[in-house]
Design a protein around this ligand. Structure first.
Ligand SMILES: *Cc1c(COP(=O)(O)O)cnc(C)c1O
Length: 362
């Protein structure tokens, strides 16, 4: 069977070049005589894979050397607890911006560990926009401010980086990491589950400023303590070896294309094609405020639940998979991460036009 265009929000498409390379190296990685899945994480051959992976990620994202890069497990959701456990070391206070379901979950989890306040929220309009904040929105003595930079479910993205002054800004970037250049120095900590735009499920990346680690609560599990993980080069225990290897291939793929500037160009072109079409007609409705639109997750509805259902099932039959929206928004969601080719979005827009023509609203 031919490969399809997979619009899944995550796990999601990986670049074909990466899959082909992993397939070619599956039985025997370099001259090790074994697959990456089978080798000891302490072997020199694997040491080189994880060291190269970190070096390449630092190069791709231009991560300053006063940040630690950690390769962890447990998904982005584990960071909802790890962040407060490690960072609530001063006043015990943290401020959260609620821009969707994941930031709300992060906020709820953090409440177990300190004095946590939701300083802004867009729940009033079903998270169809990103709330504005100013420096005065945050408590002066907060240990950190938490945001979810790209809201996977609703299809929104922060159009700005909140000005938190000296307060470290923590960002969940699960669904937008590596989609465009970002200035890492504006953040105290960035975390991301890898299965959206970086690798297979099972790997979580944490990029954290060195001065923020080493003050975890006494009852922090060792596995969640950034200092322990950093001191052990992400190898306190067995790391997600295979996912780190795939991530390394993805970093090499990004570099081979021209880095994050080129990724951004490609992603903007794909998103523009879809949003320009959405703006040019009135059959489909794009619920997100224009200023807050995500470049990675594009949501739209017909306004009729039956038609939405028909759309997703006919699109699937046409090789456009996983377009059904999240239940909290309904309608459709096209996740167009780095690995989605331009041709996939072109085919989607053609399908949308055909579908609108063939299914007039009465
Ligand atoms: C998918 C996602 C999560 C949850 O990730 P897990 O790795 O499944 O825990 C959290 N935040 C964002 C922004 C996501 O897209």
């Amino acid at each position: 069977m031919e490969r399809v265009f997979n619009f899944s929000a995550g796990p999601s498409m990986l670049p074909e070049e990466v899959l082909a390379r992993a397939a070619a190296e599956m039985l025997c990685y370099e001259d090790s005589g074994m697959s990456v899945m089978e080798m000891s994480h302490r072997s020199p051959v694997y040491e080189k894979i994880i060291t190269d992976a970190e070096k390449l990620l630092r190069e791709v994202m231009q991560i300053p050397d006063y940040y630690k890069v950690l390769f962890l497990q447990g998904g982005a959701s584990t960071q909802f607890a790890a962040v407060p456990l490690n960072l609530l070391s001063g006043s015990g206070r943290a401020d959260y911006i609620l821009s969707g379901q994941f930031s709300t979950k992060a906020y709820q989890e953090a409440q177990k560990y300190g004095d946590i306040v939701a300083v802004a929220s867009s729940k009033d309009k079903n998270f169809s926009y990103v709330p504005k904040t100013e420096r005065s929105s945050f408590r002066k003595d907060a240990d950190y401010v938490h945001i979810c930079f790209n809201n996977t479910i609703y299809g929104t993205k922060f159009p700005y980086i909140p000005d938190t002054g000296d307060i470290p800004l923590v960002a969940d970037m699960s669904s937008c990491i590596l989609s465009e250049p970002i200035d890492v120095r504006k953040f105290g900590l960035i975390y991301a589950g890898a299965q959206k735009n970086m690798s297979a499920a099972g790997l979580t990346i944490v990029i954290v400023r060195e001065d923020l680690i080493g003050n975890a609560r006494g009852d922090t599990p060792a596995m969640l303590d950034y200092k322990i993980m950093a001191d052990n080069g992400s190898m306190y225990n067995t790391p997600p070896c295979w996912c780190i290897y795939i991530a390394k291939l993805v970093y090499e793929w990004i570099i081979s294309l021209g880095g994050l500037e080129e990724m951004k160009k490609r992603n903007e072109k794909k998103a523009k094609l879809l949003y320009d079409y959405l703006d040019s007609q009135d059959y489909y409705i794009a619920p997100v405020e224009k200023e807050s639109r995500s470049m990675m997750n594009v949501t739209f509805v017909t306004g009729n639940a039956e038609l939405d259902k028909k759309f997703a099932s006919e699109a699937s039959a046409a090789g456009l998979k996983n377009l059904k929206g999240h239940r909290s928004v309904g309608g459709m969601r096209a996740s167009i991460y780095n690995a989605m080719p331009q041709a996939g979005v072109e085919k989607l827009v053609e399908f949308m036009k055909e579908f609108a023509k063939n299914n007039p609203k009465t």
